[in-house]
Design a protein around this ligand. Structure first.
Ligand code: ADP
Length: 199
C-alpha cells in the first residue's frame, strides 16, 4: 500500500490536450474513482500512472519517488483493462500464475497464491478451464485475480466492467470493493458512470 501523488501531470497529443495540468494525492489504501465523459482523459491518466504512457509534464510520485521514467513492470502497480486480455491458449490457472512464474517463485508457492486468488474471486474450481469456456464476468474475475496475485501496491482499473450487463456489473463492483478493502490496496477506478462511481 503506497501513497500516490500526481503533481501538475499533463498530456498533449500533438494539438490535442488530453489532460490539463492536474494535481491529486491518493492516500494509502484509498479507493478513488475518476469520473467523466468519454474523451475527458481518464484512461490517459490511468495509463500515465501505470507507465503505459509518458506525461508531457509533471510528476507521478509513488511514496515520494518520481516514477515517470520507470517502465510498467518495474512499478508497484497493476492494471485491469477494459477488455480482459487473457491469454487464450493458457488455462485460468496458467493465466494467473504467469506473472509469478516470471518472478521465479517456487512452484508450490505459485500454486498456493493462485489458489488463494481464485478463491477470492469466487472461481476456486475453474483453474483448469480455458478463457474461451468462461462467461464474460468470469473472464473479468480472472483478469482481476491475475492482477491481485502480484500483490501490487496500487491497483488501476479502466472501466473493468464496461462489457458486462448491469446485474453483473453491480455484483462485481461490490466484490471488487470487498477485495480492495480486505487487501487495503490503493486503487484508482475509471468510469463514465455516475452510479458506478458513487457506489
Ligand atoms: P477517456 O478515457 O476519458 O474516454 P482518453 O484518455 O481515452 O479519454 O482520451 C482523452 C483525449 O485524448 C481524447 O480527446 C482522445 O481522443 C485523445 N487521445 C487519447 N489517446 C490518444 C492517442 N494515442 N493519440 C492521440 N490522441 C489521443
Amino acid at each position: 500500500m503506497y501513497t500516490l501523488s500526481l503533481e501538475n501531470v499533463s498530456k498533449n497529443y500533438s494539438i490535442v490536450t488530453a489532460i490539463e495540468p492536474l494535481s491529486l494525492t491518493i492516500d494509502d489504501g484509498e479507493l478513488v474513482c475518476l469520473l467523466g465523459p468519454s474523451g475527458s482523459g481518464k484512461s490517459t491518466l490511468l495509463r500515465i500512472i501505470g507507465g503505459f504512457e509518458t506525461p508531457s509534464g509533471g510528476k507521478v510520485l509513488i511514496d515520494g519517488v518520481d516514477v515517470a521514467r520507470v517502465p510498467p513492470e518495474k512499478r508497484p502497480t497493476a492494471m485491469v483493462f477494459q477488455s480482459h486480455a487473457l491469454w487464450q491458449h493458457m488455462t485460468v490457472f496458467e493465466n494467473i500464475a504467469f506473472g509469478l512464474t516470471l518472478r521465479g517463485l517456487p512452484k508450490a508457492e505459485i500454486a498456493r497464491k493462485v489458489s488463494e486468488a481464485l478463491a477470492m474471486v469466487g472461481l476456486a474450481d475453474y483453474g483448469k478451464r480455458l478463457p474461451a469456456h468462461l462467461s464474460g464476468g468470469q473472464r473479468q474475475r480472472v483478469a482481476i485475480a491475475r492482477c491481485v496475485v502480484l500483490e501490487p501496491k496500487i491497483l488501476l482499473m479502466d472501466e473493468p466492467f464496461a462489457s458486462l450487463d448491469q446485474h453483473l456489473r453491480d455484483r462485481l463492483r461490490e466484490e471488487v470493493r470487498q477485495i480492495q478493502k480486505k487487501l487495503g490496496i490503493t486503487t484508482v477506478f475509471v468510469t463514465h458512470g455516475q452510479d458506478e462511481a458513487l457506489s
